[in-house]
Design a protein around this ligand. Structure first.
Ligand SMILES: Cc1ncc(COP(=O)(O)O)c(C=O)c1O
Length: 480
């Protein structure tokens, strides 16, 4: 490190190694300048120089502003942060038919209709956490060690053991995904994302200058990965493979064999996996859903999850990263990188952290089972109804809370695409389904199956009426 006087400031050159870390205890990862001013990271101006004034504050090299006019613009990152669902939905004319009450089958929040309350034990755990007065303060950025241990115990299995140090608590699964992408990828790298897939991956990646390569899922094979296509996308800048299982938006659950095939590709190309397993264990009876980590000891895996879906409390914003690295490929660097990133904000709510032990230990199996049977029964109602509607091709899910429906657009010449189709469905029938263009998958729409049963039945009746009204035989069929 060198320094020289420059008016009232010192220029401090960092040697790039000024960041030291001590592991996952959430402390001691900051570099310190001579005067005690924290100077994390390599540089502020990208050249390894900082200006530090005599009082110790940091400011860019050109201290004097030459601006004479106001010019305040959103940053590139803000401009590059795009939520495709908002982009599509905000552009749609969603004016329901005033004669029919609106049925929204579009919202991935299981609490909106009040028919799926969380369990009493989950609420009690939160009340106890508040009453204890032990969780009103700041927790370590990676979460309380005790709470991390509770998560580790819950998800540990002989094939993929976990300890408290392998867990990072986050603000929802969304922050977990954010940290994982941030720690694995640099601008200019690319990540492999399922298509159709959850839109947040792209929103985050693009805002960080990371390219997104979409790999195809195959509806005719219950949304299994097109492995050949996946492999064809990998290049030297591919830094991570995202696998969502069970899937949003498809509701599909991969078999153990298929997960092994995906792992084989990752292993062959030395690609770490971000396994989005927020819907883990939300699978219909007869279906099993092993975690990816339980099937491979060689591929390093960051598994992201949370309370939102299985415990039906998305607003509590509790998520986690489970670090699986039995071959020590991530090593201390990736772990320390996650710790550093977690320090950008203190993510997970302390009170909910305090409730985790009660939630995991006391939730009765009957709660999980009744949620799953409800989701399965509603999926069957929806699938059976829509399977007999001309022009629609629903795909039966095996888990999660979603069902995708293909539209034979040839039979609906009045509509340009799935956005047009679903927009008119609202105008005519007051039923709102999310066009799958929002998941980069045109000519499908997604139905959320958490709505009350009578709403699901009524929605299907209206979708049928709508399709019957607009369905047209293909012109070639008319010729015959
Ligand atoms: C696949 C998937 N991952 C992550 C999330 C985000 O979860 P959270 O609400 O815990 O941030 C969702 C939410 O819908 C999701 O569907």
């Amino acid at each position: 490190m060198s320094s020289r006087m420059d008016n009232k400031s010192y220029v401090v050159q960092m040697n790039g190694n000024g960041v030291h870390s001590k592991g996952l205890n959430g402390t001691g990862v900051n570099g310190k300048s001579a005067n005690g001013q924290s100077v994390n990271g390599k540089s502020l101006n990208g050249k390894g120089f900082h200006h530090v004034n005599v009082n110790g504050s940091l400011y860019p090299a050109k201290a004097k502003s030459r601006r004479h006019m106001w010019e305040v613009k959103p940053s590139e990152m803000a401009n590059n942060t795009l939520n495709p669902i908002r982009a599509i939905v905000d552009g749609m004319k969603i004016t329901p038919n005033p004669e029919k009450p609106m049925i929204a089958l579009s919202i991935g929040d299981p609490t909106v209709f009040g028919n799926l309350p969380t369990d009493e034990t989950v609420l009690q755990a939160l009340k106890d956490s508040i009453d204890s007065q032990k969780y009103n303060g700041y927790a370590p950025s990676v979460g309380y060690l005790k709470s991390r241990q509770v998560v580790a115990n819950f998800y540990s299995c002989p094939e993929a053991p976990l300890d408290a140090e392998d867990v990072i608590l986050t603000s929802g699964c969304s922050q977990a995904i954010d940290l994982c992408i941030s720690v694995l990828c640099n601008p200019g790298d690319n990540i492999l994302v399922p298509c159709p897939g959850f839109s947040l991956y792209k929103t985050l990646a693009v805002s960080m200058g990371i390219e997104v390569k979409l790999y195809n899922l195959l509806p005719e094979k219950s949304w299994e990965v097109d492995l050949q296509h996946l492999e064809s996308l990998i290049d030297e800048r591919t830094s991570c493979l995202i696998v969502t299982n069970p899937s949003n938006p498809c509701g599909s659950v991969f078999t153990k064999e298929h997960l092994q095939q995906i792992l084989k590709v990752a292993s062959k190309h030395c690609l770490p996996i971000l396994a989005d397993e927020i819907y883990s264990d939300m699978v219909f009876p007869g279906c099993s859903c092993p975690s990816m980590a339980s099937l491979s000891s060689s591929v390093p895996i960051l598994s992201c999850g949370g309370l939102a879906k299985r415990w039906l409390v998305p607003g509590w914003r509790m998520g986690w990263i489970l670090i699986h690295d039995r071959n020590d490929i991530f090593g201390p660097e990736i772990r320390q990188g996650l710790v550093k990133l977690s320090q950008r904000i203190l993510g997970a709510c302390s009170i909910v952290q305090g409730a985790l032990e009660g939630i995991f230990n006391n939730t009765p199996p009957s709660f999980y089972n009744s949620t799953i049977s409800f989701l399965k029964s509603n999926s069957e109602i929806c699938f059976n109804e829509l399977s007999t509607v001309p022009g629609l091709n629903p795909v039966m899910p095996s888990g999660a809370m979603y069902l995708m429906v293909g539209i034979d657009m040839d039979h609906f010449p009045e509509f340009k695409n799935d956005v047009d189709f679903t927009e008119r469905l609202v105008i005519d029938q007051s039923v709102f389904c999310l066009p799958a263009s929002a998941f980069e998958y045109p000519n499908f729409f997604r139905i959320v199956v958490t709505v009350p049963e009578e709403m699901m039945v009524e929605a299907c009746v209206r979708i049928r009426e709508f399709c019957q009204r607009y369905y047209r035989p293909r012109s070639c069929e008319l010729d015959q």
